[in-house]
Design a protein around this ligand. Structure first.
Ligand code: SAH
Ligand code: SF4
Length: 360
């Protein structure tokens, strides 16, 4: 006997009125849903293009569909799941941060940065984070939950609409907001694939950057998948004792294992890896530490991004002085490691990872 033999009527109706979140579906799933309603299959692509090419976000906007179908879309699907709760603009007008609330009360952040001709979005993959890095506002919150693929996508669509109204486009997306993307691997990759779809948003894989704290099995898996997506690894220390004290995940995946996985990634993909290093006064900003870092990375196709620490409430460390940052950079360069000092962006709007949501 198949189960359930017969659904009670009340349950059946409850199921049929359940809302699904439209950005959680890929083109095939969306098309199947419409076909199940008795619609011709080309309707799937029409809806898809409305969502991802026209950036429509209410059923009424789908002027290419029959009225009845628009109504049904509105009854069945949720189109706007992220509610902007507060918007902060930096004093130079170049950085805008939006705090979104989710239907279950969680909050996430996404930041738009306008520098030169780039329009870069920094988006979240989780509410909170389980990795517990001591200097990170998101880590200090602890883990709340994974975001669905649709919740990752909607952050991009939200800003894409704002930019389109100004005649502009998103040029880059970095998965460096709240959360550890490789801890939420499947949803993150589904979101990237969906935004990459040539008949939809058509956002090139090379314009995404995933930043990871260093989950070794996921780095190896990512290398095997041969994606064109850029990879950044948050290093911050070149010896295990210090790294474990700052990034607890280092106890599980110590430096030697991590660097070996990074070398494997470069060997497999021939792509350059970026290493992130937040300089903290008197902690990891000495010339000796720069030398250790250079030893660790010797011969690898890589680039080091040096970022002054963004102070957070529950961490007593402070940002390195400019002189020490320049000395750190000079030592790396002397050892043949390419590196850039990245300026702190949007510091006056707490644009650092998770700083707003953690203070909610
Ligand atoms: N979980 C991923 C991506 C999100 S964090 C990761 O850890 O890589 C994005 C980047 O911000 C990481 O390099 C992280 O180490 C860095 N970061 C977090 N808190 C910071 C702070 N207070 N100051 C400077 N960089 C910080
Ligand atoms: Fe999580 Fe990244 Fe913050 Fe570490 S730095 S707690 S991995 S978001």
């Amino acid at each position: 006997m198949t189960w359930p033999p017969c659904l009670p009527v009340f349950l059946e109706s409850a199921l049929s009125t359940e809302h699904s979140y439209i950005y959680d579906l890929d083109l095939e799933e969306l098309t199947q849903k419409l076909v199940d309603w008795g619609e011709p299959s080309y309707r799937g692509l029409q809806v898809w293009q409305g969502l991802y090419q026209n950036l429509w976000h209410t059923p009424e906007q789908f002027s290419n569909l029959p009225h009845k179908l628009r109504l049904r879309l509105g009854e069945v699907f949720v189109f706007a799941h992220l509610q902007p709760e507060s918007i902060l603009e930096s004093s130079d007008g170049q950085t805008r941060k939006t705090l979104f609330s989710l239907p279950d009360g969680q909050a996430i952040e996404a930041v738009l940065m306008r520098y030169d001709r780039r329009r870069t979005l920094c988006i979240s993959t989780q509410a909170g984070c389980a990795m517990g890095c001591v200097f990170c506002a998101t880590g200090q919150m602890g883990f709340r939950r994974h975001l669905s693929s649709g919740e990752i996508i909607e952050q991009v669509l939200y800003y894409a609409r704002i930019l389109r109204n100004e005649g502009q486009n998103v040029t880059n997306v970095v998965l460096m907001g709240m959360g550890e993307p490789f801890h939420n691997y499947a949803a993150t990759m589904q979101a990237i694939d969906r935004m990459n779809h040539p008949q939809g948003f058509n956002f090139g894989a090379r314009r995404f950057t995933i930043s990871t704290v260093g989950l070794v099995p996921a780095i190896r898996r990512f290398a095997q998948e041969q994606r064109q997506v850029n990879l950044a690894v948050s290093l911050h220390a070149a010896n295990d004792q210090l790294r474990s004290a700052m990034l607890p995940v280092n106890k599980k995946y110590p430096l030697q294992e991590l660097i070996e996985a990074c070398r494997e990634y470069v060997r497999e993909t021939h792509r350059r890896i970026t290493f992130e290093w937040a300089l903290i006064q008197g902690v990891n900003d000495s010339v000796e530490e720069a030398r250790k870092l250079a030893d660790l990375l010797q011969g690898m196709l890589c680039h080091v991004n040096i970022i002054p620490l963004n102070p957070t409430r529950k961490y007593s460390g402070s940002a390195t002085t400019r002189e020490r940052a320049l000395a750190f950079q000079a030592e790396l360069e002397r050892c043949g490691i390419p590196c850039t000092i990245r300026m702190r962006r949007g510091i006056d709007i707490q644009a650092g990872c998770g700083q707003l949501a953690s203070e909610r």
